[in-house]
Design a protein around this ligand. Structure first.
Ligand code: FE2
Length: 375
């Protein structure tokens, strides 16, 4: 049995914060209406729910979209001089909330705040015609928060305060299924602090580590530790910059996001060739590795089910660990600042994160950094 699996199994028995998965990811953005349109058009999400002045919410507009088990919410401020507007002014578009599905949101809040978490929302019950949702929340790195969502007594489309958003414009799915992991970028020498936070406050375990020897090309060094909850449904790798010849990609993020925040969200698919073909056809831009990456690919990863040609044409990367292999590809940043991007991942047994691809990938990132004059 793999090290990763046995660590998770040992851990599941004593879990004080049982998480059922990611409930939703909320982005604070400059224009929520247009962001929702972009994610529907380019990524294949469907309209789900809306909250704003028309539903009695005065300070913001929020659009929830869904694709399979993935729910994204895009929120913007309707006026200046409030926390949402300030967040967008400082950070640009980015992830504000990584919401986690729980059976008991009050217990989740009690367990984590007793262990030192700083509260951002005391447990609150909200009711409407469709039942009751209990929410609570704590701060994590930067201005990012985790909300605990208990919806076992709720039958509505999304959350109280939202109404169903019916749309005649519903582009078909691109096959994206659920959140595989969400990566946080933290400041110099801060990785240890956040590893300890996820261990002590949320009961996560460190299942994999990469130091700067694993992850340095000539320039773009970083260190990373992967934190996982007990059942492995929720995984948060934490990156910090490392010294290199020139500027680390994590440092570039920290400069432009003006602080710590979510670097990428990895979205799972069962057919990465079909998904990435659809995403590219709809205008999503991906990082490209040189064609030479594919020349000795099969020597490195052994036999795989997929044909090499579509992988090379699309720029999909492959890596193998002791349990199987994975296929992955990374978008370019999805906003003007070089901050948040997405990973598309298909796991075929592998539970790791594509360490074998780091060098080729980071060289591709550096070529983009250089174009921006930030290397
Ligand atoms: Fe990733």
């Amino acid at each position: 049995m793999s090290q990763v699996l046995s660590k998770l199994q040992q851990h599941a028995a004593t879990d004080f914060l049982p998480l059922l998965g990611t409930d939703y990811v909320e982005f604070y953005v400059g224009n929520a209406k247009q962001a929702a349109h972009f994610y529907k058009t380019a990524f294949g999400f469907q309209s789900l729910a809306y909250a704003g002045p028309e539903t009695g919410v005065k300070d913001r507009a929020s659009y929830a979209v869904r694709q399979n088990k993935l729910t994204f919410v895009f929120t913007t401020a309707l006026r200046a001089n409030n926390p949402i507007a300030d967040h967008i002014y400082k950070h640009g578009d980015g992830v504000k909330v990584l919401a986690l599905l729980v059976d008991d949101a009050e217990k989740a809040w009690n367990e984590t705040t007793q262990r030192g978490a700083s509260s951002c929302m005391e447990p609150q019950r909200q009711k409407d015609d469709f039942g009751e949702v209990v929410q609570s929340g704590i701060h994590t790195y930067g201005e990012t928060v985790h909300l605990f969502i208990e919806r076992k007594n709720y039958k509505g489309a999304f959350l109280p305060g939202f109404k169903i958003w019916e749309s005649t414009y519903n582009p078909v799915s691109t096959g994206l299924l659920y959140v595989d992991h969400c990566v946080g970028n933290v400041g110099w020498n801060q990785m240890g602090k956040w590893v300890q936070f996820y261990e002590e406050v949320m009961g996560f375990k460190n299942i994999l580590s990469f130091d700067d020897k694993d992850i340095s090309t000539e320039y773009s060094a970083l260190m990373s530790k992967v934190m996982s909850n007990g059942n492995g449904y929720v995984k948060f790798p934490i990156n910090e910059p490392a010294e290199g010849k020139k500027k680390s990609q994590v440092e570039e993020y920290l400069d432009y996001y003006d602080g710590e925040g979510c670097q990428h969200v990895a979205l799972a698919t069962n057919n990465i060739i079909e998904t990435v073909t659809a995403l590219q056809n709809r205008g999503v831009e991906f990082l490209k590795v040189p064609g030479s990456y594919y020349e000795d690919l099969l020597d490195r990863v052994g036999v795989i089910d997929e044909d090499l040609e579509p992988l090379r044409d699309l720029g999909i990367l492959v890596d193998r660990d002791e349990e199987g292999y994975l296929l992955q590809i990374f978008t370019k940043p999805v906003e003007d600042r070089p901050t948040l991007f997405f990973e598309i991942i298909q796991r075929k047994g592998a539970k790791s994160f594509g360490k074998g691809n780091f060098k080729a990938l980071f060289e591709a990132i550096e070529r983009e950094q250089e174009k921006r004059g930030n290397l």
